[in-house]
Design a protein around this ligand. Structure first.
Ligand SMILES: [Zn+2]
Length: 109
C-alpha cells in the first residue's frame, strides 16, 4: 500500500491484524516474508499501526472470539459425525440393492 515503509528486506511492509489475547484486532506493519511456519525468512520488521486495544475492548473481542471458536468446533464435530453417518448409510444402501437383486432373480423378473 502506498505510504507504507519498507522492511529491512527493502520490500514494502504489509498491514496485518494481530489475533493474540493481548492485542486482538490490532493492526501492525510487518515483513512480507514472514511465514509462521518458517519465521527465519523474515527480517523481523514490526511496527504497530493501531493504538493499543483498551482493556474493555480486549475483554469483549476475546470473549466473542472464544464463542466463535467454540461454535466452529461444535460445527466441525457435527459435520464429521454426519459424514460418518452418511458413509455408514451408503454401505447399507449397497446391501439393500444386493437384497433386492436376490429377491428378484428367483422370481424371474
Ligand atoms: Zn523483511
Amino acid at each position: 500500500m502506498e505510504g507504507f515503509p519498507n522492511c529491512h528486506c527493502n520490500e514494502l511492509a504489509v498491514l496485518k491484524t494481530s489475533w493474540t489475547i493481548a492485542n486482538p484486532g490490532r493492526r501492525f506493519l510487518g515483513c512480507p516474508n514472514y511465514d509462521g511456519l518458517n519465521p527465519g525468512r523474515s527480517c523481523g520488521f514490526f511496527f504497530w499501526y493501531d493504538a493499543p486495544v483498551q482493556d474493555r475492548a480486549k475483554e469483549v473481542i476475546n470473549g466473542l472470539l472464544g464463542r466463535l471458536n467454540n461454535l466452529e468446533r461444535e460445527k466441525n464435530a457435527k459435520e464429521s459425525k454426519e459424514k460418518k453417518a452418511y458413509s455408514n448409510n451408503s454401505y447399507f444402501g449397497c446391501s439393500n440393492y444386493l437384497l433386492v437383486a436376490l429377491i428378484l432373480v428367483p422370481c424371474g423378473l
